[in-house]
Ligand binder design. Structure first.
Ligand SMILES: C[S@@+](CC[C@H](N)C(=O)[O-])C[C@H]1O[C@@H](n2cnc3c(N)ncnc32)[C@H](O)[C@@H]1O
Length: 455
């Protein structure tokens, strides 16, 4: 078919055949691939085309003509209807099923891998209100300060009364904060003019029902903004730590360079495996506590034997995995780039009298190489890098050693698949893969892989 027959803005009817990596449904119109966000296999949908390319087009649903079996009921159609959750149109069991299929597909497609065992996705008992950290942008709309999430592919803020993924405590704090800010009539940052004050709010909540609030502003520590945080504490006694973060840059990154403690403690604590971990505003901490316990247990079970071993925890964040493994290991090296995270980890280890971890602050691509070049004994490595994956020089360096076991946790299956492909070429075979649903209602998925060097 001549694709020029398709035009942006046109409405067509499509049968959805599958969900592809990234979470969109895929169907065909004549011989053109049509990607349809928020659709499920078996759906027959009317879509309005929002872009038309040479070999494919993308359309947004205007009507579900016939619903696929995995679709939830309730007549909701859009990303906004589902509070910005791009997988919430699927019932929960099906989310888990498609996540496993997506991981498998990307391992075969990107990594060209085969011969591994892939387990069913580990699901959550609580697939809503699980997030312990939220960051919401502010906007000024209809004469009011609002906050929420950005609409799909736009910078227009969409507000919801009770966010589906946030903890009830975070929902309450954000609601009270907006009420206070509206009464104080503090200006909202405008990214075009680079003027105005309020940019984002970040709230971390814990299983102790405590919270940290970080108000991110342009300018300086203003009296009115400070006052707003004090009034917020009067309304929400759960807040144990409050910061103002100054972000004067033209950037999409929320947190600024200067984070100033306004009241309370510098860190809040969260408990995992009987350890209370310190968390600063800028330190990484997994956002879903229930699933983190399952993720770490499974990852650690992938090691043949930890007892008395020398382990590297590369990309170690606030030191969670290192500290859990230190109970059985002889020594753990914890390598982390962000200074506050290393500082938090050191404080946690002291408070818990853990003395067999060496905390190394710096880039894994330099510090791990130094460890290896320094001749330190290393039996196994656990990697848990950010979305961009592991720097390639690390994988080549590891290959020069006698380390024959690697466990790799990833929040991005496509870079995981790329790195697994490189490891495969080096002789490290991917033997087992475990998808873990850290992000229910969204198409994001965490994976754990075990690699063994062939003798
Ligand atoms: C996905 S988090 C994992 C943290 C930790 N393992 C956990 O489960 O909480 C990735 C961590 O890698 C850190 N990081 C990012 N780039 C890095 C680099 N080049 N070298 C070392 N750490 C890095 C981030 O600051 C973050 O703490």
């Amino acid at each position: 078919m001549d694709r020029t027959l398709l035009k942006k803005g046109q409405e067509i009817e499509v049968q959805i055949d599958k969900i592809v990596f990234g979470g969109e449904g895929l169907g065909r119109y004549k011989d053109i691939a049509i990607f349809v966000p928020m659709s499920v296999p078996g759906d027959r949908v009317r879509v309005e085309l929002i872009s038309v390319k040479k070999t494919y087009a993308r359309g947004l649903i205007t009507e579900v003509v016939e619903a696929g079996a995995d679709r939830v009921e309730g007549g909701r159609l859009t990303f906004e209807d589902f509070h910005g959750c791009d997988f919430a149109m699927l019932n929960y069991e099906s989310q888990l099923k498609y996540k496993k299929l997506m991981v498998d597909e990307v391992l075969k497609g990107v990594g060209r891998l085969e011969g591994y065992e892939i387990a069913d996705t580990i699901g959550a008992d609580n697939p809503t209100n699980y997030r312990n950290k939220i960051i919401e942008p502010f906007a000024f709309k209809g004469g009011r300060i609002v906050s929420g999430f950005f609409k799909r592919k736009s910078h227009e803020v969409f507000e919801v009364e009770e966010n589906l993924l946030q903890s009830p405590l975070a929902n309450k704090i954000v609601r009270e904060l907006k009420d206070i800010l509206n009464k104080k009539r503090i200006s909202v940052y405008n990214e075009k003019s680079h003027r105005g004050v309020l940019r984002h709010v970040m709230v971390r909540t814990t299983s102790y029902n405590e919270a940290m609030v970080v108000l991110i502003v342009r300018g300086e520590v203003d009296k009115k903004v400070k006052q707003a945080l004090y009034e917020l504490r009067d309304r929400c006694s759960e807040i144990k730590s409050a910061y103002i973060s100054i972000n004067n840059r033209r950037t999409n990154v929320a947190l600024g360079d200067k984070n100033i403690l306004i009241y309370g403690k510098e860190t809040i604590k969260e408990r995992l495996f009987d350890i209370d971990f310190n968390i600063s505003p800028t330190s990484f901490f997994q956002i879903n506590l229930e699933q983190t316990e399952k993720l770490y247990s499974k990852a650690i079970s992938y090691f043949d034997d930890v007892d008395n071993k020398h382990i590297v925890d590369a990309y170690s964040g606030a030191g969670t995995i290192a500290m859990i493994m230190s109970k059985a290991a002889k020594k753990v090296y914890a390598i982390e780039l962000v200074e506050s995270a290393t500082r938090d980890a050191i404080a946690t280890s002291r408070e818990n009298k853990i003395d067999n971890i060496e905390f190394i602050n710096g880039r894994a691509e330099e510090k791990l190489i130094e460890l290896i070049d320094g001749g330190h004994k290393i039996d196994s490595i656990i990697f848990d890098p950010p979305r961009k994956g592991i720097a390639e020089n690390i994988l080549h360096k590891v290959n020069e050693t006698s380390i024959d076991e690697i466990v790799y946790i990833s929040c991005n299956p496509s870079t995981f698949a790329r790195d697994a492909g490189i490891l495969d070429q080096l002789g490290y075979k991917l033997t087992k893969v475990q998808p873990v649903d850290m992000f229910p209602q969204t198409s994001h998925i965490e994976v754990i892989g075990k690699f063994i060097k062939e003798a």
